[in-house]
Design a protein around this ligand. Structure first.
Ligand code: CP3
Length: 341
């Protein structure tokens, strides 16, 4: 078993810097597009055999040191009472965005082992094809990012509805965020019981908050999730973007590994996180579009700033873009390994 990803999460010495990519499965791969031509995104997520196949595609094609479960961040919304769909070219659309205290009161917990049994089944089915290869990462969304989709009704530029709810009805916000924290804790525990070897909490859009608002409205709920997960013996990763001013607070909230996007040089970010934690990132995903010389220079800069310290996981600062050439991703993974062997 190639265990360098788990070793780096635990700040243990590694034989080469581990690499994986957020959104390593997806539209940039023709193998994925072939399956997508016949099935919707949600159909793939809900059909374990298809989700297994898509999870393995990047593991077969690229020298990645971890697999990430193929699923979507928004799946838990449906069983808690927030139906949504993905609409062509628009991303997720939540049918009835959450805008009132009364609506929040109608939302409820659920049993992920039953209501998201297909996710657990996918994890169990992956055990055999991944055996002796790479560890599997499970994931879920953090309360702020999940709540922002539920409240905005989809993707957003300024999170005005989300912030309006926080500022006008702080009690209702905390009730909603606490519900998300309970649901996500249970969902990630279920993934761990099903067999994932690490879990990543995606707080993709939390950089929209000031440090003061992060401390008041996000941190306590995210911290609850990491506290709940501490009973399991698996590494935890905590990811966000636009978080340069939030890193010390994200550290407080928890996670063995803290994600760094490209807006902060890796060594500056690591100083803010603290060298007693691991970091993951931080190449700008647009660099993978080319030219490849510049992409490799960017990777080299990240590696120089990591300076051979234990606890660096190479990744992009946010997901791989759909028009990225697969050959660039392959070249990049091989390059990082060769440079650090
Ligand atoms: O390879 C992997 O990283 C695993 C699969 C994965 C998906 N979604 C599949 C997916 C993961 C980890 C996610 C997480 C996710 N989903 C996040 C957090 C990560 C991030 O990027 O910050 C978020 C915010 C979502 C919600 C979501 N899913 C949006 C906003 C969209 C539409 C935007 C887009 O890129 O089209 C999706 C769609 C989605 N989820 C795709 C994939 C591969 C797009 C592909 C498709 O339509 O087939």
């Amino acid at each position: 078993m190639n265990n360098r990803f788990i070793q780096a999460c635990r700040q243990q010495p590694v034989d080469a810097t581990p690499v994986w990519f957020m959104r390593q499965a997806g539209r940039y791969m023709s193998a994925y597009r072939k399956i997508r031509a016949k099935h919707s995104l949600l159909d793939i997520c809900r059909a374990p055999e298809l989700a297994v196949e898509v999870t393995l595609q990047p593991v077969d094609a690229i020298a990645v040191d971890a697999a990430i479960l193929f699923s979507d961040l928004l799946l838990p919304l449906v069983p808690m009472g927030i139906p949504f769909d993905f609409q062509q070219g628009e991303g997720p659309v939540i049918h009835e965005p959450i805008r009132s205290t009364a609506h929040i009161k109608q939302l409820h917990k659920f049993d992920p082992r039953e209501d998201l049994a297909h996710v657990m089944e996918t994890i169990k089915l992956l055990a055999s094809p991944l055996r002796g290869r790479v560890p599997l990462i499970g994931f879920a969304g953090a309360p702020f990012t999940l709540a922002s989709y539920a409240i905005e009704g989809g993707s957003s530029r300024n999170y005005a509805h989300t912030k309006a709810l926080m500022y006008e009805h702080p009690k209702a916000w905390h009730q909603l965020a606490d519900l998300f924290a309970s649901i996500v804790s249970d969902y990630l525990s279920a993934q761990i019981e099903a067999g994932v070897q690490a879990v990543q909490l995606f707080d993709s859009w939390v950089g929209a908050l000031s440090p003061q608002d992060y401390s008041e409205f996000a941190l306590p709920h995210t911290r609850k999730i990491f506290e709940n997960l501490s009973k399991h013996d698996v590494p935890t990763l905590h990811f966000g973007t636009g978080t340069s001013t939030l890193l010390p607070l994200m550290r407080q909230a928890g996670g063995n590994v803290i994600g760094l996007d490209w807006r902060i040089p890796l060594n500056h970010g690591w100083t803010l996180v603290g060298y007693d934690r691991s970091v993951q990132g931080n190449l700008d995903p647009t660099m993978l579009l080319g030219p490849t010389e510049r992409m490799l220079q960017g990777a080299l800069d990240v590696l120089r700033r990591a300076n051979g310290r234990s606890g660096h996981i190479f990744n992009v600062g946010h997901g791989i873009l759909p028009n990225t050439p697969l050959e660039h991703v392959q070249l990049l993974a091989d390059f990082v390994h060769k440079q650090t062997e």
